[in-house]
Design a protein around this ligand. Structure first.
Ligand SMILES: [Zn+2]
Length: 123
């Protein structure tokens, strides 16, 4: 899946900038309108990191609600049940300001400890 791949690419790019560290958790932000299946994304992600140097990387998913801003009064609100009317002045002239994003929210890294590097169980 393309999304899992682009998340991993972003992680690798980020890691290139921070030598001596390894990523332990990556967070992605998904808008609720982006129509992304979280389970599918997680599944693909885990399949892609299996038996790679990123195998222990955890994926955190944050879902952002759909938000609109009123053109008339500037009020910003979360759209529920597809009702995009302004909650303050009831105008229908509102525009979507978020809810379809897909972006890297954060990346948690840890520094390599020379003593434990490569100390993997070999049963
Ligand atoms: Zn308004």
């Amino acid at each position: 899946m393309g999304i899992a791949n682009s998340v991993l690419e972003a992680v690798r790019t980020e890691m290139g900038r921070h030598p001596g560290t390894y990523p332990c958790k990556v967070g992605v932000r998904i808008g609720e309108m982006a129509a992304i299946d979280q389970d599918a994304l997680r599944f693909c992600f885990e399949a892609m990191i299996l038996e790679t140097d990123l195998e222990s990387l955890e994926l955190g998913i944050e879902v952002c609600p759909r938000r609109h801003r009123c053109q008339v009064c500037g009020y910003e609100f979360i759209v529920r049940d597809y009702d995009s009317r302004c909650g303050q002045c009831a105008s229908l002239e509102t525009t979507c300001i978020s809810g379809d994003e897909l972006e890297l929210a954060y990346l948690e890294v840890e520094e390599y400890e020379p003593s434990t590097a490569g100390a993997k169980s070999t049963q």
